[in-house]
Ligand binder design. Structure first.
Ligand SMILES: CC(C)(COP(=O)(O)OP(=O)(O)OC[C@H]1O[C@@H](n2cnc3c(N)ncnc32)[C@H](O)[C@@H]1OP(=O)(O)O)[C@@H](O)C(=O)NCCC(=O)NCCS
Length: 179
């Protein structure tokens, strides 16, 4: 069982019970502004997304985790590490990502969940490197990745969109913990 927490947040595995929350999250066009502008339109699409996460847990023992606000037990979005095979044509990598329901933006939640995810990936799962990609205009996401110590390593194009590319090694992460 995966359960990672801070004072405010708990990260736990996503289940089929989360489908309505996924629908609330992914049917919002603002949430999908930098994600290809293709919000979901049906619960069935959200169920397919959750089933895809469950398949990743089985195949890789990694996948995004639900972010729970402990004070209210609300599912506010997801964050975590995914074994990503489709974004970079040249290689697969462990990807850090996050997505929150809009009413929970600008409260530091994604930053906190990203820090927890790095700790999980490096300290508990012993990954050697974690990477991330963000649309170049997605100011919030780019800020998070810089703020948590990921190193900006240029850009690449994904589906004709310019994305910034970030990397962080376990060694560098450990050094930053000592700062
Ligand atoms: C991007 C996203 C995860 C940010 O989550 P969040 O919880 O609001 O982020 P935080 O509150 O931790 O903010 C981190 C920093 O980014 C800034 N920020 C967040 N959203 C911002 C925005 N829309 N415009 C400008 N700055 C923004 C915050 O002010 C904060 O800055 P600081 O370091 O100077 O204090 C959230 O907007 C979201 O889920 N968007 C839709 C999905 C998405 O784009 N995911 C990322 C794909 S790469």
């Amino acid at each position: 069982m995966v359960r990672i927490q801070s004072n405010r947040l708990a990260l736990r595995r996503i289940t089929l019970d989360d489908v309505p929350d996924f629908f609330e999250l992914d049917s919002n066009p603002d949430v999908h502004r930098y994600l290809g502008n293709n919000p979901v339109r049906s619960l069935e699409q959200s169920q397919n997304m959750v089933e895809d996460v469950l398949r990743q847990y089985d195949a890789n023992d990694f996948g995004r985790l639900a972010i729970i606000l402990k004070a209210t037990n609300q599912m506010v979005g997801w964050a975590g590490i995914k074994y990503e095979e489709k974004v970079r044509e040249e290689f697969a990598y462990f990807d850090l990502g996050y997505r929150l329901k809009q009413q929970f933006w600008r409260k530091g939640i994604a930053t906190e969940a990203a820090i927890l995810s790095l700790k999980y990936g490096f300290a508990i799962r012993n990954l050697k490197k974690i990477c991330a990609a963000a649309h170049e205009d997605n100011i919030g996401s780019n800020k998070i990745l810089s703020n948590i110590g990921m190193s900006s390593e240029g850009h690449f194009f994904f589906e004709n969109t310019k994305c910034n590319w970030y990397e962080l090694s376990k060694e560098r992460w450990e050094e930053q913990q000592l700062d």
